[in-house]
Every structure is written in C-alpha cells, then in structure tokens.
Design a protein around this ligand. Structure first.
Ligand code: UD1
Ligand code: MG
Length: 489
C-alpha cells in the first residue's frame, strides 16, 4: 500500500479527470419529491360513543386515539402536521399540546371536505397533502409511505379496503378497473351497496389542486355535507391520475365510531404488540392474556406469564421472568430479574438478578441495584437500594437511601412523614434491622449497625454496634386471667 501522502496525491490527480466526464449541468434523474403536509381530521363529535369525552380523546392502549395517529404521522418526514379540531375543541388541544402541531378550527361540522378546507390555507400549493382521520388509530406508517409514493403533482392516491361487511363505508366505483368516484353509503344504490371495496378515508393529493376541488364541493347529497370523497370524481374528470392502494390489512384502517369498535381495536392493538414481542423472541405463556400499551422492548429468553400488563416505555433485559398478574409501568429491568406473581412496579429502575414479590409494590422514583430481594407485602417508594440488600416481608421503605447487603426484618417501617413534610432515611452498608422496627426519619444508620427487633428509632444510630429501644420486659406473678361473668347475676 502506498503511504498516505502518496494516496492523497493520487486522489487529487484523479479528481479533475473524474469530474470532467460529467456534463456541467446534468438534470437530476429523479423527479423532485414535493414536500409533505399531513392533515388529521378530528373535529367530528362521535355521537355513537355516547360520551361527554370528545371521540378522539377516548383511550386506546392508554393513549388518546388522536395520539396514536399523531405518533404514526410523526414517523413520516413531513413539513407540517395539521389537526382539524372542533368538537370539544379546547379539551382536545389541551390533551395533545405539542409544539409540532398546527391547529385548524372547524367551528361547525359540515363534512370531511369542509374539515380539510379549514387546514388548507396554511399549506403551500406545491405540497403533497396526506389526509388522515383522528379516529383511525392503527394505520401502518409503511402503508402510508406506499400511498405517498403513488401521489404526485398530478396524481392522487387513495387507500381502499376490502371488507366482508362494508356497511357505513363509502364505496369505490370502478370502471374497467379504474377508480371513477366514491359513493357514500347513504347515497348509494342497492347495486352499489354490494361493492365490497370501501374508502378508508386516507388519501394523498397535491395541495394546489385539492384547494381548487374543495372550493367547488357542493352539499347536494343525502347528509347535506361537503364530502371530501367528491374530489375523486373531480380528479378523474380533469385527467389527474387516481391510484388506488388496497390496504394490506383491514385492521389498520378500521375506524372507531362506538365502544364496540373501540374494544375491537384494543384487541387488534394487543394482538399486534404480542406478535411483535414473540417475533423478537419473547415467550408469552398465553398471547391472548397480555396487555401491552406503548413501547415495550425485551432482550433474549424473556418469559412473560398470563395477565401481565406492560405500560411502556418498558425494557426487560435478557432472561427476565415476569410472573402472572404483574403490572409493569415505565420500568427498566436488568438481566435475569424475576418478578413473582402479583407485583405492581411503576416508574422504577430494577437491576439485574433481582427477586421481586410475590405481592410487592414498587412505586415511582425507586432504583434497585443488582441482586436486591423484595418479598411479599413490601412497598418501596422513592428509594435507592444498593446491591444484595433484602427487604423480604411486610415492610414499607420510603424516601430511603440504602447501602449494600442490608437486611431489613419483617414489618419494618421507615416513618417518613410527619403529616406535613417527608424526611429521608439513610442506611449504611451491611446494616441489619430486626423485625418490627420503626425508623423515624430524618435518620442516619451507620455502616454495620444492628437494630434490635421492635425498636422505635428516633436518633441517629452509630455503625458497628447493637442499638435497641424497648421497654423492659416484666412478668407479673400475681396476675390472673379474667373469667366470664355470669349473665344472670
Ligand atoms: C368517511 C368517508 C367514507 C369512508 C369513511 C371511513 C366522507 C364523506 N366519507 O365517512 O367514504 O368510508 O369515512 O371511515 O368523507 N370529521 C371532521 N369534520 C366533519 C366531519 C368529519 O373533522 O365535519 C372527521 C371526523 O372527526 C373523523 C373523520 O372526519 O375523524 C371521518 O368522519 P366520519 O363522520 O366518521 O365519516 P364517515 O361517515 O365515517
Ligand atoms: Mg367514521
């Protein structure tokens, strides 16, 4: 190999020759992709939910429907995201306050075409517009990417869906295979109602043309609404290409109109997340009995038993075992840790090779280092517990910093609250606390201290010694057990 200086010289020499082969102003071989603006229609009332909560705020997997749509929209590279809101307006805005959303008010709900029109003034004519629905939460970004690729400055792309029962959906009218228009359920003839290809509502179209078409919409239909779907026939009449894309799965375009559909989609979501985990190598004892809400990741050889609820972000390290009936919410877990049945763990970091439960409760702010053991009926709150320490039975540990290899006896309580303020307990390494101790904070317990069972400790404890606080045990020789009184007397 030539020395670096020689290599550089060779590079410099070959540079101008290579450039000389290129024409000075070569046109780009790829057509310029227009910038993308996303509009989410979310102004509808959702009458059939029979609820005072706006439809798009109903939770699916613990998140508002609209939040799911936004999360998926955010994975596409877009210039802007617009949400058309109306019903329950301020409540919707407050629930989804995000800097990257531009809000467009639709004061009166006059139809999907009218709704889209409210967002259009903020979108430049040379953008491509992707229309999503706030009540269609499971749309797959990969499908959206395919759809966007079919649209262009003179091409509209429409996401359609084959359904066994398309009742309620607009029907796709094709002639010789080419899409001609969409007819809404309420305007369709008996023959058109037999068509099983429905309109998902999702479409991508050039902004400039959309603006022209929307301005020409008329509400001369069964519902007296301005239908967005009418732009399809307008595009066809102007020789704008209309490309249909059949959704790969029906589930991703299913909308939520009532509580039944909401529960069905919750099931779809749950099954999809369970499949992802199993594909990643997780063993689910029964995939139909797990609930996964939000981002959950897992290492190798993880096993999850039945009736477990995981609320993301959750990460389970290699070899973690989660027993039946556990709830893990916003938790990071190190490799080899075992949760026995019925544990509730919330906003905590759990180290490797810990044993937790059965019936343990770990509350926010808790950090367990490696090889910590928490046993039954133990509650830990906002505490840091170092490696190898054990709290095995019936204890409350709150606002505590605990060293390594500490043993907390059954029924020990850190008394952290005086009714007005909270105080911390600091426990050094290798401390042994006897059963039934009351540790009244603020309190420091020195390294290697031993505390006698049943003590109420209110003063700092020196390390390396036995400290106890007890009344003297006495025996009363003359004492006699009471006897039952005769009721007749
Ligand atoms: C719409 C489509 C239909 C499609 C179906 C798929 C039209 C005219 N019809 O019918 O072809 O098969 O979706 O689910 O587009 N919205 C507003 N403002 C309004 C009206 C609606 O923001 O004035 C929003 C809703 O919040 C919802 C979406 O638009 O997110 C769809 O509205 P919805 O009333 O459910 O339309 P569909 O009758 O289901
Ligand atoms: Mg609908």
């Amino acid at each position: 190999m030539p020395p670096p200086a020689a290599q550089n010289a060779a590079r410099i020499r070959s540079g101008p020759e290579r450039c000389a082969k290129l024409p000075a102003l070569m046109p780009s071989p790829v057509e310029k992709v227009p910038p993308l603006s996303i509009v989410i229609l979310a102004a509808g009332q959702g009458k059939r939910m029979n609820s005072s909560l706006p439809k798009v705020l109903h939770p699916l997997a613990g998140q508002p429907l609209l939040a799911h749509v936004l999360e998926r929209a955010a994975t596409l590279q877009s210039a802007s995201i617009h949400v058309v809101y109306g019903h329950g307006g301020e409540q919707v805005r407050a629930a989804l306050a995000r800097d990257d959303i531009q809000w467009a008010l639709q004061a009166e709900q006059l139809g999907t075409g009218h709704a889209l029109q409210q967002a259009m003034p903020a979108i430049p004519d040379d953008h491509l517009v992707l229309v999503l629905y706030g009540d269609v939460p499971l749309i797959d970004p990969a499908t959206l990417r395919q759809l966007i690729a079919l649209a262009g400055p003179r091409a509209l792309a429409l996401l359609t869906v084959e359904l066994p029962d398309p009742t309620g959906y607009g029907r796709i009218i094709r002639e010789g295979g080419a899409v001609q228009r969409i007819v809404e359920q309420k305007d369709a003839s008996a023959e058109q109602l037999r068509i099983r290809e429905g309109n998902s509502g999702v479409l991508a179209a050039p902004a400039g043309l959309l603006k022209q078409w929307l301005a020409r919409l008329r509400a001369d239909n069964a519902q007296r609404e301005y239908y967005l779907t009418d732009v399809i026939a307008m595009a066809v009449s102007e020789q704008i290409r209309v490309s249909p894309l059949l959704a790969p799965t029906a589930a991703e375009v299913l909308g939520v109109n009532d509580k039944l559909q909401l529960a069905e989609l919750e099931g779809e979501y749950r099954r999809a997340r369970a499949r992802e985990l199993m594909k990643a190598g997780v063993t689910l004892i029964d995939p139909s009995r797990i609930d996964i809400r939000g981002a959950v990741t897992a290492g190798r050889d993880v096993t999850i038993d039945i009736n477990v609820v995981l609320e993301g972000p959750v990460h389970l390290g290699d070899g973690v075992r989660v027993g039946p009936n556990c709830v893990l919410s916003k938790v990071q877990v190190g490799a080899g840790t075992h949760f026995k049945p019925n544990c509730v763990i919330e906003q905590a970091t759990i180290g490797a090779r810990c044993e937790v439960g059965p019936f343990a409760r770990v509350r926010p702010g808790t950090v367990l280092a490696d090889e910590v053991h928490l046993g039954n009926f133990v509650e830990i709150k906002n505490s840091q517990i170092a490696g190898g320490s054990k709290v095995n039975h019936l204890s409350y540990v709150g606002d505590t910093t605990m060293g390594s290899r500490v043993n907390i006896g059954a029924g020990t309580i850190t008394c952290n609250y005086d009714g007005a303020n909270k105080f911390r307990t600091e426990i050094g390494n290798d401390v042994f606390i006897g059963s039934g101790a009351m540790l009244v904070a603020p309190l420091q317990i020195g390294t290697g201290a031993t505390i006698g069972a049943g003590s109420t400790i209110t003063l700092n404890v020196p390390g390396g010694k036995l400290t106890l606080e007890r009344g003297r045990q006495i025996t009363i020789d003359s004492w006699q057990r009471p006897t039952k009184r005769n009721k007749d007397q």
